[in-house]
Design a protein around this ligand. Structure first.
Ligand code: DX5
Ligand code: ZN
Length: 212
């Protein structure tokens, strides 16, 4: 079964609750956190997540694009994240990465590990037994509205081939629309993140349905 995770980054922040209420058919919500250091953009933090948590029952998937996920991940769990994923490129060692994955679980949330377009699946092999989700970036993290990079498809296929020995789901993020979403589904993806494609369509349900 495919899940769609609309990315809050493309919503109209002046009316966030109304925006979320239009997302019928999507059981997840993708929450992009940017610190102006790991990526050249700044979005929103755990305070706004706490507000959002009060107005939606959707499964909130927090994507940390920040340099210090070990310090901040617990704050996002506390604010109500259902899942927190962070970038392998932000971590210094396997031990530190495994400890953070475990800490997220111990705090009661699901965890995930994320790779940028330039990072291979090899880099996250040590964690595949420990994660609930693997996020394959199909654009350089930092901005919505970029074009899908086809190199993500091969990584999704590799992860799908290894999935039977593990329990993770595969998510893809960046440049997803009905066409690129279809390619990802054929490659074996489970969760499609979509920002601009969903929010630029006045008929949100139509956009979401076209991805399912
Ligand atoms: C990019 C973010 C994405 C972004 C996707 O750094 O991680 O989640 O919101 O936006 P679209 O779907 O417009 O590429
Ligand atoms: Zn994202």
């Amino acid at each position: 079964m495919i899940n769609v995770a609309p990315s809050v980054l493309s919503a109209d922040f002046t009316k966030l609750k109304e925006e979320i209420d239009t997302l019928e058919g999507a059981s997840w919500l993708h929450y992009d956190v940017m610190d102006g250091h790991f990526v050249p953009n700044i979005s929103f933090g755990y305070g706004i997540l706490g507000n959002l948590r009060k107005v939606t029952d959707k499964f909130i998937d927090v994507h940390l694009m920040i340099s210090d996920p070990a310090f901040y991940a617990p704050k996002f769990v506390e604010a109500g994240a259902d899942l927190v994923n962070f970038h392998v490129e932000a971590m210094d060692s396997v031990e530190e990465t495994k400890a953070l994955l475990k800490q997220i679980h111990d705090l009661g949330a699901k965890n995930g590990i994320t790779i940028k377009p330039g990072t291979s699946v090899e880099a996250i092999k040590p964690y595949l037994d420990d994660v609930d989700l693997v996020l394959v970036m199909s654009v350089e993290p930092g901005f919505g509205g970029q074009s899908f990079k086809e190199s993500a498809l091969d990584k999704i296929k590799q992860l799908a081939a290894m999935k039977k020995d593990h329990h993770y789901v595969i998510e893809v993020d960046g440049g997803i629309n009905a066409q690129t979403g279809q390619l990802c589904k054929e490659a074996g993806v489970d969760v499609l993140v979509a920002g601009s494609y969903v929010f630029k369509n006045p008929n949100r349900k139509e956009a979401i349905d076209s991805l399912l």
